[in-house]
Design a protein around this ligand. Structure first.
Ligand SMILES: *Cc1c(COP(=O)(O)O)cnc(C)c1O
Length: 368
């Protein structure tokens, strides 16, 4: 005796999605805000990308070329990839949604690690599938736990490497072990959003893995490299996955300004190297300067660090103290880490400001 609902009903699972909460963008009144909450570039964008963006401003009436060909060709050139195996999107969010829509449905499961990127549950539930969280070991994805979370319903495994918000990563050997443990019908989505910032010698971005498997996709973004405003993401995958995703992709999903600026940014490897060096230097400095008996900075391979406080109250107090200095960082209780703050690597002034404010929180008994 099913009754007709009195209004349109969303697909099952959608209302289980906790809406994404963006980091704060303004400080307290009267204080100049410095945003170190969204892992944006402290050096701006590639000047070549900005010039390319400006150059298309007079032709906004024209549709883009739908497959983002010029952007795919630039990426192919820079990374040594076949452009035919690249799909571009409006941010990697777009790509993640397309993958979920293509390979997940009601009754399916996707596996991620406990403190993995918060967009994975959104795209999974958006496809009416269930998200399964595997426990981590000390804020690091755990290969055995991920494999143990796989059931016969599993269709996808998400891994951000390095991960946001923890900054931790799995080395090439562990990545390989994880992939080898997955059935061939499970799509392994390797999100290398922070690849450009990794300095660890045993890091594997995922290209090799994609090349030797039929069930791996590498997802990348320009957002952390100075082009967050433009929304550009891309994936590199096996031809059969590329073919599938292209069928449901919005036919004009990347705008002209994003395509031309992205292509220039990709080719501006000098700027990419500069960002990487700057980040590595200040990431090291911030990690050393904040580590103390009471503050733990989890070693990061990304362009942010996660700082752990003795308890949630102290993290909240630190957030507030930073805010009063105009320094906006990211609270991560939404991720289930109420005693942590995520701090993006910012300008030198911002980094020195953070250390000045937080050193009091490191002093024994300072807040008791
Ligand atoms: C920031 C981030 C992205 C990028 O998202 P965009 O939609 O491209 O801005 C993807 N994955 C992870 C893990 C991230 O932290």
């Amino acid at each position: 005796m099913s009754q007709t609902p009195d209004r349109p009903q969303p697909q099952p699972g959608l209302l289980k999605i906790a809406p994404y909460v963006q980091g704060r963008a303004h400080a307290v009144p009267g204080v100049e805000p410095v945003k170190i909450s969204a892992n944006e570039s402290p050096l701006g964008a590639s000047p070549r990308a900005i010039a390319a963006y400006r150059a298309v401003a007079e032709k906004l009436e024209i549709y883009p070329e739908g497959s983002s060909r010029i952007l795919r060709e630039a990426l192919g050139e820079v990374h040594g990839l076949d452009p035919e195996r690249i799909v571009c999107g409006a941010g990697s969010d777009d790509i993640l949604h397309l993958l979920a829509q293509s390979y997940l449905g009601e009754g399916d499961e996707a596996v991620m690690s406990r403190f993995g990127f918060s967009v994975y549950p959104i795209v999974t539930r958006g496809a009416s599938a269930e998200i399964v969280m595997a426990p981590e070991t000390d804020y690091r994805a755990d290969v055995e736990a991920l494999l143990a979370a796989v059931t016969e319903k599993t269709r996808m495994v998400f891994l951000a490497n390095p991960n946001n918000p923890t900054g931790t990563y799995l080395g090439a050997g562990e990545l390989d072990r994880l992939h080898k443990g997955l059935r061939p019908d499970i799509l392994f989505v390797l999100d290398s959003a922070y690849a450009e910032y990794v300095t660890a010698p045993d890091y594997e971005v995922g290209i090799g893995l994609v090349n030797r498997a039929e069930n791996v996709v590498m997802v990348r973004t320009f957002s952390k490299m100075g082009l967050a405003a433009l929304r550009i993401g891309w994936m590199y995958g096996p031809p059969h996955v590329v073919n599938t995703v292209n069928r449901i992709r919005g036919p004009f999903n990347v705008g002209v300004p994003a395509q031309v600026a992205g292509a220039e940014a990709a080719r501006d490897t000098g700027f990419t190297a500069e960002l990487k060096n700057y980040n590595a230097c200040w990431r090291d400095w911030l990690t050393r300067s904040l580590s103390s008996n009471r503050l733990r900075v989890v070693p990061s391979q990304a362009n942010f660090v996660m700082v752990l406080f003795p308890d949630a109250r102290q993290a909240a107090d630190a957030f507030q103290a930073l805010l009063e200095r105009g320094l906006i960082v990211r609270e991560i209780h939404g991720y289930g880490i109420p005693n942590g703050l995520r701090i993006s690597i910012g300008t030198e002034a911002a980094m020195r400001g953070v250390v000045e404010v937080l050193k009091d929180f490191g002093a024994a008994g300072a807040r008791d």
